[in-house]
Design a protein around this ligand. Sequence first.
Ligand SMILES: [Ca+2]
Ligand SMILES: [Ca+2]
Length: 468
Amino acid sequence: MNLTWLRPAVVVCVVGIAVLVGLARASPQEMAAGPLGRPNIVVILADDERFDSASRMPSVQRLIAARGVTFSQAFVTTSECCPSRASILSGQYSHRTGVIQNFGLASYPKFNERSNLAVWLHHAGYQTALVGKYLNDYTVYGHHHVPPGWSEWVAMDSRPEEKYYDYTLNENGRLTHYGTAVSDYSTDVLARKAIAFVRRAKRPFFLFFTPIAPHLPALPAERDVSTPLTLPRVRPNFDERDLSDKPWHRLYKRVYGVQAIAYLDHDIEGRQLRSLRELDRQVRALMHALQQKGVLDNTIIIYASDNGFLWGEHRLGGKIWPYEESIRVPLTIRVPWRSAWGRTDDHLVLNIDFASTIAELARVKPRLRQDGRSIVPLLRGESPRWRNDFIVEYLGTSQFEDGGPPPFKASGAPAGSTWSTATAGASSTTFAATRTSCGTWLPTAASLLSRAGLRNGSTRSPRAERER
Ligand SMILES: [Ca+2]
Ligand SMILES: [Ca+2]
């Protein structure tokens, strides 16, 4: 084993991709016809939902995707809950937020609670609410406080933050315990709180609704526990036969046996998909509440996830690895203007774009330096010059013992290259993931992890690899 891989380090890879341009534009009349001044903004942020799971959520498809824009190339820059959420709320990479991992002093304690999206919008007159999971280890280091910028605060406040039963909510500073009754199921309880906020809101509002599903243990709602489920096992990189082309292949000798595959199917993939069913119903309930209030057409609704999840692709599980199943997320945004409805946009959009986007929609200025940029022009159907690559990073301590990647340290990206070199400690071990074409299912399997291609430090494009 190469022990230099165990040093704390960084994963940095630059993901290159072809960019397609947007289609229909919203007319000036349509844009102006909207409302009423500043729109309400609702973010529904699932926890660990893969890019390919939202297509199995009929209400998300019917009520959000069909009435808005779906981004087929949405990625997170650090594929882990706490860093990604910090990036979403700040518009910054995790190397700038300092929130580089889920636990300890480099998680929640590093987050700048005095300046982030909630604070900016609240200062500008928005009513703001967080309902659900905030940042990991808030429960440990937050000491049950209500951060500035939030008019309403309903946060998971027990350990771990990801629970479906038997958890505590911090409701505007008051701790309330929920037990194990069917009615305590957290997806439902949190949705009720979110809907109550929407009903009460008197001014333009920003709702950050962050339920737990489909994070493991991904307990489905009672009525979904044993409903039939068809698993989409068509992934050509599942249980990848030959790992010798992977820099980590000496560390992971796993081969899935029948039992392991059954466990993956039923207790990981099956549960995660089933747990999304109730979330999908609650999305419908939330939309209904917006409609009843008469504000649905003046509300921008963003459905997304903080990171993806590997279900055995490349014989890997979890989320931190820089492969598409991990870093790619669902993103669909309901907008009032009709010309956008049902459209798919292939631009590379990132979690670090959320803050600038929402700030522009709310007509406020971000008060932090932005690593991301507003995607409002894409929502309008415009074709601005756009990024062709981005950095994927993991700067936290090794996840190796928990099945995560060995640590890597960036050594810089060659100018003009679509990928970067990365080294671990003194060794020249290198690591990169890249995409070679736009995202259909099969190119997903072509995510590339090339040791040799990075070692030589050349700027040529790595060859595509198609597993099996
Ligand atoms: Ca997550
Ligand atoms: Ca291979």
